[in-house]
Design a protein around this ligand. Structure first.
Ligand code: ATP
Ligand code: MG
Length: 579
């Protein structure tokens, strides 16, 4: 510690919101360079290396082989798969001195595909799984929480190559099992959820989420074992309802009711129902957004959802990807005079309407459902507007928020919502990349077949933060044994020459036994109190104190997690630590 490149901080950094960010900076593991860009200090690098070690061991276990690609990549391969454009503003782009387009790799499907194409040509070469642990670059719109969401971060990405679907399934399962072991060893509570494959394409896809209040991902689970990322939840579609005896739609004056709450209140006052009060779920809310395609074109979209639900930005982004969602602004209203803000109804929407705006509705809006919705006139709503009779949308969209209590799509019971941090993602990519880049091999019959691929990512740097997110208390970090930067934090408490010499001897003994020891040998100005505080902040699981008791051949062993202190005879120290 007298030489370690470290300055612990007493105060939380001003920009930090979540515990892992605060503590990793305060305890001297990482240091900010720019938004979403961090330097790793000696302690942080040690933890990072331990995460990498776990991942390497489990990848080798399933026969995956390590390679490493450059982060600096040419444009052309991404052009072939259309991702140069699709990735949009998330990619860091640059030019070399000759004016060639280059990028800093956000993910490497194209290059793995091309490398295999370069070297392999027969089914006999497959299956193959290769991986790298490497730095990725994404110009995230919202870098957040220190290394949890960086713009430069470390990812383990593997790719499997198989000649047929059954092979892909086996490679996928092998990776899935390796991931289970990796995340078991990292030690946090996690869930495996169905995921939306988003821009990557492909079919089967699951995410490993660390269960955490501070996570950005919402997932759902049911008592019957269904678990999914909120983006992947599909709505249970009710049966259509007969509407032969439904009353005709009628427009009514509903002054000053631009919001669902004001509308429901007004309905209950002015148009009370016989059976029950009006509810938000009886109304159809039409939300306008702009979709910006990767090529920059802007297209308006209207989304009809029951008034008791919001449009969920993440679900919407997932379905419209690679387009990005932008707000519908005043200038867009100006361009569509048929739209009366606060009173927009299906009559003004749809590809065939005057506005020409594409209109997609929530899957719950089945034929025969009756709605109160905007009449496209200021201060007026239509009541008893029947889907399928009075309006037909251009299609449905899975964009409404998922609520606790909604039925699981597989019938396994009501959904509960929780939050998590995405730690890993496994995809069956299928033939999308192999087709685009023409990765083919000869099969047993001498026929050229397109290879089928999987891609599998783990957030390596994110894992350090995710572990810290649960492995801490009020005093600081509390690393699990397998990830701690050191096995033992040794403190010399006292200036007495014999004690100092004794601590030095204990240090030599412990490292002689193969333990990694952080030795707080700072003398002079650093009081024992400061040493203890630093030890608690840094979070090595076992703290050994050589102090007063040393004269009697005793040291104190403190368990960082429980705070429990035990006096241990020097002769028994190794056995105690190993115990
Ligand atoms: P997210 O939804 O969190 O942005 P993603 O879906 O973009 O993640 P993938 O492209 O599947 O992530 O990347 C694989 C893994 O890399 C993720 O599961 C996550 O653990 C990690 N990862 C992705 N983006 C970041 C980032 N900006 N900072 C740190 N780790 C990241
Ligand atoms: Mg992302």
């Amino acid at each position: 510690m007298s030489r370690l490149f470290l300055r612990t901080l007493r105060d939380d950094p001003a920009d930090a919101e979540v515990p892992s960010h605060k503590l990793l900076v305060r305890a001297g593991y990482v240091r900010r360079v720019a938004p979403g860009i961090y330097s790793w200090l000696p302690l942080g690098l040690k933890v990072l290396a331990k995460v990498e070690k776990i991942i390497r061991e489990e990848m080798e276990e399933i026969g995956a082989q390590e390679v490493r690609f450059p982060a600096l990549l040419p444009r052309e391969p991404y052009e072939a798969t259309n991702r140069w454009v699709e990735y949009g503003p998330n990619v860091f782009r640059l030019k070399d001195r000759k004016g060639n387009d280059m990028m800093l790799g956000p993910t490497h499907e194209e290059f793995f595909t091309l490398l295999v194409k370069d070297l392999y040509s027969s089914y006999k070469d497959l299956p193959l799984s290769i991986y790298q642990i490497q730095t990725k670059y994404r110009d995230e719109a919202r870098p957040r929480a220190g290394i949890l969401r960086g713009r430069e971060f470390i990812m383990k990405d593997s790719y499997s190559f198989d000649v047929d679907d059954a092979g892909l399934e086996r490679s996928y399962q092998a990776h899935r099992e390796a991931y289970v072991r990796i995340f078991d060893r990292l030690g946090f509570e996690y869930v495996i959820v169905h995921a939306q494959s988003g821009a990557m394409g492909g079919s089967a896809s699951e995410e490993f989420l660390a269960v955490s209040e501070t996570g950005e991902d919402t997932f759902v689970r049911s008592p019957g074992g269904y678990a999914a990322n909120v983006e992947a939840v599909t709505t249970v579609v009710p049966d259509a309802i007969p509407y032969d005896d439904a009353p005709a739609a009628h427009a009514e004056q509903t002054p000053e009711t631009p919001t669902i709450d004001t509308l429901v209140d007004h309905l209950n006052e002015a148009f009370p129902r016989d059976d029950r009060p009006w509810e938000a779920a009886d109304t159809l809310k039409n939300v306008l957004v702009i979709l910006r395609q990767p090529d920059g074109t802007r297209e308006p979209l209207a989304i009809g959802v029951p008034g008791d639900r919001e449009v969920d930005a993440k679900r919407l982004e997932a379905v419209v990807s690679p387009a990005e969602v932008e707000p519908f602004e005043a200038k867009d209203f100006a361009a569509h005079p048929a739209l009366v803000k606060g009173y927009i109804g299906p009559g003004a929407l749809g590809a065939d309407s005057d506005s020409g705006i594409r209109y997609l509705v929530d899957p719950r809006v089945v034929d025969g459902t009756r709605w109160v919705t905007g009449a496209n006139v200021e201060g007026s709503h239509v009541i008893d507007l029947v889907a399928g009779r009075d309006f037909t949308a251009d299609g449905t969209i899975e964009a409404a928020e998922v609520k606790a209590g909604d039925p699981a799509p597989d019938g396994s019971g009501p959904l509960e919502l929780a939050r998590g941090i995405e730690m890993g993602h496994i995809f069956q990519l299928g033939r999308k990349y192999a087709e685009a880049l023409e990765l083919k091999v000869l099969d047993e019959n001498g026929k050229l077949v397109t290879v089928t691929m999987g891609s599998y990512g783990v957030g390596v740097s994110r894992a350090v933060a995710a572990v810290a997110e649960y492995a801490h208390d009020d005093l600081g970090l509390v690393w699990p044994k397998e990830l701690s930067p050191f096995d033992v934090h040794l403190i010399v408490a006292g200036k007495d020459e014999a004690v100092v010499a004794g601590a030095e001897q204990v240090y030599q003994d412990l490292i002689g036994e193969g333990l990694e020891v952080l030795f707080d040998d700072r003398l002079g100005k650093v009081s024992p109190g400061v040493k203890f505080k630093d030890a608690e902040l840094i979070g090595v699981p076992t703290i050994v104190v050589v102090g007063k008791g040393f004269a009697d051949g005793v040291v104190e062993v403190k368990d960082r997690a429980t705070g429990e202190r035990t006096d241990v005879a020097l002769a028994d120290l190794m056995a105690h630590l190993r115990g």
